[in-house]
Ligand binder design. Structure first.
Ligand code: NDP
Length: 400
């Protein structure tokens, strides 16, 4: 049917690319482009004999719009799937705009020097994308991504009005290291060391990092400690889900992770302020990333399951009700299928599905949209088909 250009070739991209190769009815050609082209070549080598998708590779520095424009004009894809880092969102959006090509990503823009992610920079492209007759689908990972699709699905099929959403992201996996992050360490540590916040009655309530802790007994995983974090989908769901009164986001962390993080913070290793080291400027967090295990290497050693989902409370026919929609994903099963652990898997699969929705014009609205603004049903069907089956539980245990 069409050609896709994937930018980035890390943990999430590797899964999305495996899934693109399993879906040759939709994706007939694939170009993998990233900063380190040897990673793209290695993946092509691994997959090309197992799929009828025609794979090519390219080197690109996605910090430079001109380079991207040249690449897009050469490859001529129908869609560009951005699986590089949040820092590259705007340069890639600019290039898509210049070339008239649809854009999909999994994380909102974050300026490299401020550790503050917000949608305002990407939402500012709305009119220009509309005028150019192209689509940007923002946040097509799991959270953001599937959590937004779950919200639209709950609203469409279970509620007249949703008032409360608790998004629960549980990783019950164990990789055997005292400290490692499951996705890009720099992005992960920036996220968890920032202040927490939740959306209530039309405004943000800010908390200290890890200030709010709850326990929850996750289906198929068990009892875990989880902590309230700021998370990007709170911003768009607060606008796109009518009648919403409060949205919170919780993520589970083990004690070892938190103790190491505190210690690294206390000694200044998580700082994003550049320092001079032997005459050279280095960013401590980037140096830390270089010494930590590569998330891609966790695949073969991670055991256990993830459970990510949303608890919705609202009204149907005048009565209050609650449901919990979640997916459980097994790290070892993911590794067997695509050579990655479940955190990359749960992001890479929806990234492929989002690209499929746009490429097939199943979702066809011109402008810049968050994922919950589209019809959730075809996406929910595709989740079942491509490895992320979901469960709807009525009357779940609520978060205290
Ligand atoms: P990785 O660090 O594993 O991969 C990032 C890739 O992008 C690498 O291949 C890297 O190249 C490439 N890259 C970085 N900078 C550039 C550049 N300037 N030009 C070209 N390529 C570049 O990250 P992940 O795979 O873990 O994460 C990918 C994205 O997914 C991130 O934006 C992350 O925030 C998002 N994410 C979203 C989630 C969700 O649920 N929505 C969950 C997890 C992640 P090189 O190999 O040279 O370093």
């Amino acid at each position: 049917m069409g050609k896709i250009l994937v930018i980035g070739c890390g943990g999430v991209a590797s899964v999305a690319i495996h899934k693109i190769c399993q879906n040759s009815e939709v994706f007939t050609e694939l170009c993998i482009a990233s900063r380190t082209v040897s990673k793209c070549d290695a993946l092509k080598e691994k997959l090309q004999d197992k799929t009828s998708v025609k794979i090519t590779t390219a080197q690109v520095d996605a910090d430079h719009t001109e380079e991207l424009i040249e690449l897009i004009n050469k490859v001529k894809p129908e869609v560009v799937l951005n699986l590089a880092l949040p820092y590259q969102d705007l340069t890639i959006m600019d290039a898509c705009l210049a070339c008239g090509v649809d854009y999909i990503d999994t994380a909102n823009y974050e300026p490299e020097d401020t550790a503050k992610f917000e949608y305002k920079w990407q939402w500012a492209y709305r009119e220009r994308y509309e005028k150019a007759g192209i689509t940007a689908l923002l946040g097509s990972g799991f959270d953001p991504g599937v959590t937004g699709v779950f919200s639209a699905y709950a609203l469409k099929h279970y509620f007249d009005e949703i008032n409360y959403i608790d998004i629960l992201d549980c990783n019950g996996g164990d990789h055997g290291y005292p400290f490692a992050t499951n996705f890009n360490p720099e992005i992960n540590i920036r996220e968890v060391s920032a202040k927490g916040s939740y959306w209530e009655d039309g405004h943000w309530v800010e908390t200290e990092p890890m200030e709010i802790k709850r326990e929850y007994d996750f289906p198929q995983v068990g009892m875990k400690d989880m902590y309230l974090l700021h998370h990007e989908e709170l911003e768009s769901l607060g606008i796109n889900i009518p009648g919403i009164k409060r949205i919170r986001f919780f993520m589970t962390f083990g004690q070892s992770y938190l103790t190491h993080l505190k210690c690294l913070e206390n000694v200044g290793m998580t700082s994003i302020e550049p320092i001079l080291y032997e005459g050279k400027e280095i960013v401590p967090l980037q140096f830390l990333k270089a010494v930590l295990p590569d998330p891609a290497s966790l695949g073969p050693r991670t055991k256990g399951k993830t459970n990510i989902g949303c608890i919705f409370t609202g009204k149907k026919d005048g009565k209050e009700k609650s449901i919990y929609i979640y997916n459980v994903c097994d790290h070892e099963e993911c590794y067997k299928e695509v050579g990655s652990q479940a955190v990359a898997y749960t992001t890479g699969v929806p990234a492929m599905i989002g690209a499929m929705m746009i490429l097939t014009k199943t979702w066809d609205k011109k402008g810049v949209y968050n994922i919950e603004e589209f019809d959730p049903d075809p996406f929910m069907d595709a989740l079942n088909k491509f490895g992320l089956p979901w469960v709807v539980e009525e009357n779940p245990v609520m978060v205290p």
